[in-house]
Design a binder for this molecule. Structure first.
Ligand SMILES: *[C@@H]1O[C@H](CO)[C@@H](O)[C@H](O)[C@H]1NC(C)=O
Ligand SMILES: *[C@@H]1O[C@H](CO)[C@@H](O)[C@H](O)[C@H]1NC(C)=O
Ligand SMILES: *[C@@H]1O[C@H](CO)[C@@H](O)[C@H](O)[C@H]1NC(C)=O
Ligand SMILES: *[C@@H]1O[C@H](CO)[C@@H](O)[C@H](O)[C@H]1NC(C)=O
Length: 319
């Protein structure tokens, strides 16, 4: 019995400790960068971590000041700096992590933003025309449930949304609440189906909290057409154009060698007659590779030069 009570006390302590921690700043992954959303004057823990022990650990703050750490936690592979966030802490912090072995060090970036009690995770969002995009604001003092969540689109009527709105019953057949988010965990989010150019602009999210007030933040939405190609699709396009050009050239060379077009080009023949020497040399080079058709397939000059010239024109046209 005694041990059970002790266990209960410990459990209560852990739970209490966690609830204390829950009402604190939040950390998100924004495009692969750890981003801390904190209130002004809030104490945050900027932590650099790695697996394995460290020989040194340093931190550069947004104003360029450096601090380095030594002590116990380096053996555990981490170092941290507790700061009471002020305006000059906003921006990019950089960690330098040196492992015990000599070699390149690990660097890590941490973004710090001072926000209101509700904040956009990503302030600048870029969508592709005709696709879906999710805009998202969250409570910053931990996972606090929302009384309501609303959005004001640019130049259009505002709407109120919650998790009952799904893909099939979307508001105006356009806006629905992303199924992976939760009002109870403080997510004020909307997924826009089939993004149009008219959706470009500033979207205001407004979340009602239990203090009866509404807190807002603004998300800038950019929409790009399919013509602004990603690097991947540019690669595919260049590849396609290259293969097409090479195939076209090879067909041309083969056709010319077999003189398929020769009867349609009498004028060319006349020009050639004017320069007998050149024609004779041409004949000589034509007749020699005739028995073996391999050279035309293996000829690297045709493959390399013609596509790079011809493929550059469609790519510059797309930009
Ligand atoms: C943060 O602290 C500074 C200095 O102590 C104070 O002037 C400022 O009003 C505080 N800001 C907030 C939001 O509490
Ligand atoms: C941050 O503020 C708290 C009081 O809010 C204070 O006790 C603490 O020393 C401050 N920490 C730093 C690093 O300034
Ligand atoms: C968002 O875009 C604005 C203007 O284009 C820029 O000033 C701001 O720094 C950007 N914010 C982020 C978080 O990238
Ligand atoms: C969408 O919500 C409606 C009403 O809340 C529900 O009847 C329907 O089954 C839901 N559809 C999906 C795909 O979850």
């Amino acid at each position: 019995m005694y041990y059970q009570n002790l266990l209960l006390v410990i459990l209560t302590f852990i739970l209490y400790d966690n609830t204390v921690n829950i009402y604190a700043y939040r950390t998100f992954d924004v495009d692969g960068v750890e981003t801390i959303l904190a209130l002004e004057n809030e104490t945050i823990n900027i932590e650099c971590k790695t697996d394995g022990p460290l020989s040194y650990c340093g931190l550069i703050n947004p104003t360029g000041e450096r601090c380095s750490f030594k002590g116990q936690e380096l053996h555990l592979g981490s170092c941290f700096n507790k700061v009471n966030v002020t305006k000059q802490d906003i921006g990019e912090w950089t960690c330098h992590l040196g492992k015990s072995a000599i070699g390149v060090e690990t660097t890590k970036k941490i973004m710090v933003r001072i926000v209101n009690r509700v904040a956009a995770i990503k302030q600048n969002v870029t969508a592709v025309h005709g696709r879906e995009i999710t805009l998202e604001c969250v409570t910053t003092e931990g996972l606090r449930s929302l009384v309501y969540c609303r959005f004001e689109p640019p130049n259009r009527i505002a709407f109120n949304i919650n998790s009952a709105v799904n893909f099939s019953n979307a508001i105006l057949e356009k806006y629905y609440y992303p199924p992976t988010r939760s009002m109870d965990r403080g997510d004020c989010a909307v997924t826009i189906r089939n993004v149009q150019y008219e959706d470009i602009g500033s979207w205001t999210c407004g979340a009602g909290l239990d203090d009866g007030k509404e807190y807002i933040d603004v998300i800038m939405l950019k929409v790009e057409g399919l013509y602004t190609l990603s690097t991947g699709s540019k690669f595919v396009l260049i590849y396609g154009v290259t293969i097409f050009t090479v195939a076209f050239c090879l067909i041309g060379v083969v056709a010319w060698k077999h003189r398929i077009f020769s009867e349609f080009l009498p004028s060319l023949e006349e020009i050639e007659i004017a320069d007998m020497d050149a024609r004779q040399r041409l004949r000589a080079t034509q007749s020699s590779p005739q028995p073996s058709p391999q050279p035309e397939r293996n000829d690297p000059e045709v493959v390399v030069q013609s596509p790079s010239e011809s493929s550059s024109s469609p790519v510059t046209a797309t930009q």
